[in-house]
Design a protein around this ligand. Structure first.
Ligand SMILES: Cc1ncc(COP(=O)(O)O)c(C=O)c1O
Length: 438
């Protein structure tokens, strides 16, 4: 059979206007380009895709094995025992007053976010920089996006004044704001007073907050605080297994709603029942174990945080001393370097945009990082997201477990257990200095 489209007999291309020209998600694309370069023999340092380097904790894997036989469709809102475990997790960690019925389980928090945007009728408000998929989801659904600017001197965090300025313009407009902390792409998080100030404005203008806390458990010092503590009646907490439990490919996400927002939960459940029906049964059974916590999970998290803290801060120091503008990380596995100090020199080599910067870096050094413009930053701002995940997380965890508990993991440890990530950072620095220093 011929694979070529026949212009006369094959159906013509008729795409929904909202998806016409929509590219594949930016993070996945860089991974594909990297894979192609790797296939052609080039060594690629994968600091592009934000995937946890750590294995799924052993007890959770065991639960999955034991539950492989579970084959029935589950309730659309999720397995009751899992919903209970998720509510209990938020109660234990954040003191939130939530119960089983407040929780909705979905095939990844990304899918739940899409459903939320679909069922909610109002503007989507997002600070920039922020995660790559919020805005395209709004675009697919045909929702209006309001970007809120942030400044490097505030470490790219949303300042309450900026939020209030927007709300004041049209105080009664229905709005949904997504706040993500620890942040993808910056690795930063909010201080308690900042959360309180943002919560106060959200309450004043009755803005619904979607608090994306998917990296909450990997706050490097285990000190994550949810804004839901200060604005419980208007906050939906988003979480899942993908980041802190190393199980991105398992596809399990959770939303926890206050009672006052059950109308959103129900509308999302109705759409879910007509689209994906329910989340994979064996995965839901295994997830109960993850959300129940306990000593083994706590130890796993302690090791993850220990490694990410050491690596993130080490890379931060190296990049600062190379003359790059960058804020130290608080959580997750991201840094957001700003190459602005090299702007003039980069321009001499026709590197003007963050896309130019990342593609030159990838072609010339094999280091893959993502351009800041994919996170809602202006094209000519020379920022990028660096995900420090190119290392064998299982091996690093095993070694970190035997390292002196009273000392932070040192450079020697990082060289032994995260050699690719360190080599990639050295390559960025030497590339900059070879071409652009002096
Ligand atoms: C900030 C943020 N939110 C949500 C997600 C989606 O996670 P998942 O759909 O795997 O739950 C990601 C994944 O990269 C993310 O970085």
């Amino acid at each position: 059979m011929s694979r070529k489209p026949n212009s006369k007999s094959s159906p013509s291309v008729n795409l929904n206007l909202n998806v016409r020209g929509l590219p594949q998600s930016a993070t996945l694309r860089i991974n594909e380009i990297s894979a192609e370069l790797r296939a052609s023999g080039k060594h690629i340092y994968k600091l592009g895709l934000g995937q946890s380097p750590f294995p799924v904790p052993e007890p959770v894997v065991e639960e999955l094995k034991v539950n492989a036989y579970q084959k029935d469709y589950l309730p659309v809102h999720g397995l009751p025992q899992l919903r209970y475990a998720v509510a209990d997790h938020h109660r234990r960690l954040q003191g939130l007053d939530c119960i089983r019925d407040d929780v909705l389980i979905g095939p990844g928090s990304k899918e739940l976010m899409f459903l939320l945007q679909l069922v909610y009728y109002g503007d989507l408000v997002i600070p920039t920089p922020s995660w790559v998929s919020y805005a395209p989801q709004a675009h697919i659904i045909g929702r209006h996006v309001r970007w809120l600017n942030t400044l490097p001197e505030n470490h790219w965090m949303l300042m309450p004044d900026e939020f209030e300025k927007l709300c004041q313009k049209d105080p009664d407009r229905p709005r949904l704001m997504i706040l993500n902390y620890p942040s993808n792409p910056t690795g930063r998080t909010y201080k308690i007073d900042e959360l309180k100030a943002l919560a106060k404005i959200a309450r004043k203008y009755r803005v619904i907050l979607l608090s994306d806390e998917i990296y909450g458990e990997i706050h490097h010092r285990g000190r994550h605080i949810s804004i839901a503590r200060f604005y419980p009646e208007g906050t939906i907490v988003s979480s899942g297994l993908s980041k802190w439990c190393g199980a991105g490919g398992w596809r399990l996400g959770t939303f926890t709603f206050p009672n006052s927002l059950h109308w959103l939960r129900d509308a999302m459940g109705a759409v879910a029942s007509e689209t994906y029906t329910s989340t994979s049964a064996p995965i839901q059974y295994a997830a109960i174990r993850a959300f129940q916590g306990g000593t083994e999970i706590e130890h796993y998290l302690w090791l993850s945080r220990r490694i990410l803290f050491a690596l993130g801060n080490y890379i931060h120091r190296i990049l600062v001393s190379a003359g790059i503008k960058i804020s130290p990380p608080h959580g997750a596995f991201y840094l957001f370097p700003d190459f602005d100090p090299f702007r003039e020199k980069l321009a001499r080599r026709k590197i003007i945009t963050s896309e130019d910067l990342c593609s030159a870096l990838l072609q010339e050094t094999g280091v893959a990082i993502l351009p800041g413009c994919h996170f809602g930053r202006p094209e000519t701002e020379l920022t990028a997201r660096l995900a420090y995940v190119d290392f064998d997380g299982a091996r690093a965890m095993e070694a970190a477990d035997h390292f002196d508990k009273d000392k932070p993991l040192d450079e020697e440890f990082l060289e032994a257990y995260a050699p690719n990530t360190l080599a990639a950072v050295d390559l960025i620095v030497s590339w900059l200095h070879r071409y652009f220093a002096g």
